[in-house]
Structure formats: structure tokens, C-alpha cells
Design a protein. Structure first.
Lengths: 113, 114
């Protein structure tokens, strides 16, 4: 079974600085997708970024980038120029072909003014 | 664009009561999912449906049943609610079944079982 580990239950970052949220995963399937979702206090799940296991380049979406290290099974999310609105829970997830989406336990990010 | 619509948003049940959570998507997605979210535990998959007419158990299926009524609709039923089923429930759908396919989520249902 897939397992996702997010070792940082809580993180603090100063506004306008960059922050890295860690994610490691365990899957034996060579084909999979890695995702990051944001959940603000309002509760909705917001898609941030996707990386395919065969993608050669790290994914970027605006201020979000994914530091993908396939051999280490690591997919860290980097948020540049943090904003107060970035304060939220962040979930890493893996989707294997023909199987289901598995989510990590999440990291709570707090951006300080 | 409606996306994924789930109802109700809030529900309070007494132990032993039954109820059905409804979910519909208008994006022509093949795959649909039901998750529950408990404090500090992220999202755990209850059931999923890879296509119309198929359903599969996820990580925590006990106490739940599902029905993929058609391509649009995927309902979750609690036959005899228990306090341990107090949680926030999310329905989601996916636009691809291989590798990628990001999940689109409904707004969630907050369920309390007394």
C-alpha cells in the first residue's frame, strides 16, 4: 500500500520569504502522479501543483514549485515570496494508475507578518 | 461552473440513524471518490469508483456503502451511524485514470453523530 509522509506537522515562515514543505512517499508502481493541495481554514481543497513520475523537469505553477527527486521518492513543495493568504494546511498526495489517491497527514503553514 | 456538488453541507444524526450523502459532478469524469477527514489525519479514502458501474473499497470502508448511480452521481450511505463516523466528508472526481488526473473536490459535509 502507498504511504505518504509529511514530517513537519507545523511550519512558520516570515512574509515574503520562501518555504519548503517536505513530502516523501512509498510506491512500487513506476507510473504515478504527485499532487499538492491547500486547505485554508474555510475547508475547501484547492489544487496547487502536479508532477508526473516520468516528467523530466520539476513542475512550477506561479509561486509554487515542486522539488521532485524520484530516486529518493521525495516531492517537496516550495512556496516563494510567502503571503499571509498562504497560511493553511498543505497536503501531499500520490495517485497510482488503476488505484486510488492517497494523502499525507498534512503540514500546517503559518505565515507571519 | 458547478464542478462537484455534494449535499448536505451539515448533518446531525443520532446513533443508529441512516442517511445518504449525495454527490454529483458535471465534468464528465470517469472516476469519483469519497473521503473522510478527521483532525490531524489528513484525508482517508472510503470508497472510489473508477468508472460507471464499478466501485472499490478504500482504506476505511467499514460502516459505509456506495452507489455509482450513473456517470455523474456517486452517493455514500451510512446504514447505522456511529459516533466514530463523526467527520468531514468530501466527494471528489478525477479527469484521468492514469498517473495524473487531479482531483476536483466538493465543498464537504460536516457530519456529527450523537
Amino acid at each position: 500500500a502507498q504511504k505518504i509522509t509529511q514530517t513537519q506537522p507545523g511550519m512558520f515562515v516570515q512574509e515574503k520569504e520562501a518555504v519548503t514543505l517536505d513530502c516523501t512517499y512509498d510506491t512500487s508502481d513506476p507510473s504515478y502522479g504527485l499532487f499538492w493541495y491547500k486547505q485554508p481554514s474555510s475547508g475547501e481543497m484547492i489544487f496547487l501543483i502536479y508532477q508526473g513520475s516520468y516528467d523530466q523537469q520539476n513542475a512550477t505553477e506561479g509561486r509554487y514549485s515542486l522539488n521532485f527527486q524520484k530516486a529518493r521518492k521525495s516531492a517537496n513543495l516550495v512556496i516563494s515570496a510567502s503571503q499571509l493568504g498562504d497560511s493553511a494546511m498543505y497536503f501531499c498526495a500520490v495517485h497510482n494508475y488503476g488505484q486510488n489517491f492517497v494523502f499525507g497527514p498534512g503540514t500546517r503553514l503559518s505565515v507571519l507578518p | 461552473n458547478a464542478g462537484v456538488t455534494q449535499t448536505p453541507k451539515f448533518q446531525v444524526l443520532k446513533t443508529g440513524q441512516s442517511m445518504t450523502l449525495q454527490c454529483a459532478q458535471d465534468m464528465n469524469h470517469n472516476s469519483m471518490y469519497w473521503y473522510r477527514q478527521d483532525p490531524g489525519m489528513g484525508l482517508r479514502l472510503i470508497y472510489y469508483s473508477a468508472s460507471e458501474g464499478t466501485t472499490d473499497k478504500g482504506e476505511v470502508p467499514n460502516g459505509y456503502n456506495v452507489s455509482r448511480l450513473n456517470k455523474r452521481e456517486f452517493s455514500l450511505r451510512l446504514e447505522s451511524a456511529a459516533p466514530s463516523q463523526t467527520s468531514v466528508y468530501f466527494c471528489a472526481s478525477s479527469d484521468r485514470d492514469r498517473g495524473g488526473g487531479k482531483l476536483f473536490f466538493g465543498s464537504g459535509t460536516q457530519l456529527s453523530v450523537l
